[in-house]
Design a protein around this ligand. Sequence first.
Ligand code: CU
Length: 456
Amino acid sequence: MTSADETTTVPTATGRSIPGSMSRRRFLSLAGAAVAVVGTTNWGGRVLTPDAAYGAEGVPDLYLAGTDGWIHLPATPAIAPYHPDVLAPSDPPGLTTYIFGFRNVTGMTATQRLAQKNKAQHSAPLFWVKQFDPGHPVDFTVQLTNLGLALRPDLFDAHSLHWHGFRNVIPFFDGEPSGSVSVPAGREFTYVYRPRDPGTYMYHCHVEDVEHVHMGMTGLVFVRPLQDGNTTLYPSGTYLYNDGDGSTGFDREFAMFLSEVWAEAHWADAHIQLPEWSDYRADFSLLNGRVYPDTILPNGSIDPFHPVHAADGDLIAPAGHPELRYQPHSSLVNCNAGERIALRFANLGFREQAMTLTGIRMRVVGRDATPMRGRNGGDTSYETETLNIGPGESYDVLFTAPPHQGPAAFDTYYLYNRNYTRSDNLAPGGFGGQATQVRVYASGVAPQAYPNDWGI
Ligand SMILES: [Cu+2]
């Protein structure tokens, strides 16, 4: 996904912009002279010497690995011969679909980290960072390594990290491979971020991005505002934006990441075939990497800064669901009546989606990491029951949990794609899709330890 943030002005060799009236020949002549001067005086002849590119050093805030792997989607009805894939490993049971993806390998030993080859997850690890504070300037660093593809050693593709819609100061850390660096197999690189703009973003590998994104190398990242900690504007002290009035304060937050699986393309990568992308036809619509009703099953270990894994570094499946070992993100929203809930939506499938929350009004307070404020600061937020989310877009919405009605312990509201072929994936009785539940309790849901935490 190439986005506008990658387009910047091009400085000349002398650091000046090019006057519009200057001819190309004149510019080349000046630039050549500048290089010659710099080469002989300032840089001591290093101008044309290849030099290695370096990222940050030291312990990174987060360490991600790119590799391949397998996830679980409903096996029936089958899409012969593509789904389920006959090459899927039998351990854990239930795996059906070949993917490329990321893993959180923060704090692992080298042995554990290398053992995560062919153990990618989808969606990619959810993480967040605090807005850069000029008063306490601390960079956020993410190290990325490339473990290679176990099933396709012939595909020696690099991987990269690209925060979609994110304003990088320089393109070096952008991750778009023709304008910045990417990470070949066996190597590592550390990205440095100074997030200036709070909001919800998505990140993805930008190498062969139609393929790598669709194969699963994508997830959600968000930036917390500097206003966080202010308990005067809103009691929880947690906000979506620096609103100045508490209007984006919330009590709980849930990421809702939308992606898709075209079974034939995933099968093709596993079987050394080339998919014809103009035939694109998503068979599955996923919410946080799962399809309903898997979306309401428990989280795995998803706190990015306190990861828990098996002794060999592998992910631990949610209790009773070994097939979901590599899809750790739940989409179930648990809350108490009266609480204000933030939903962070991002879509990195290739189709527009329409997410409806029945019975509860949502207020859109942010789009594409931009608060809903006009040029004069006026409030442009709006209420809706349905969000139309195009590929590469993000939405921040708030709702207030309605009073508990009972008699059950919780009231259930459905959040689903109003295109029923995507909440049910075209097939009766088996293929779930982009749907989940909001469960409102009278009280007793504990505070969240991290986003998407159930509080139970
Ligand atoms: Cu990649």
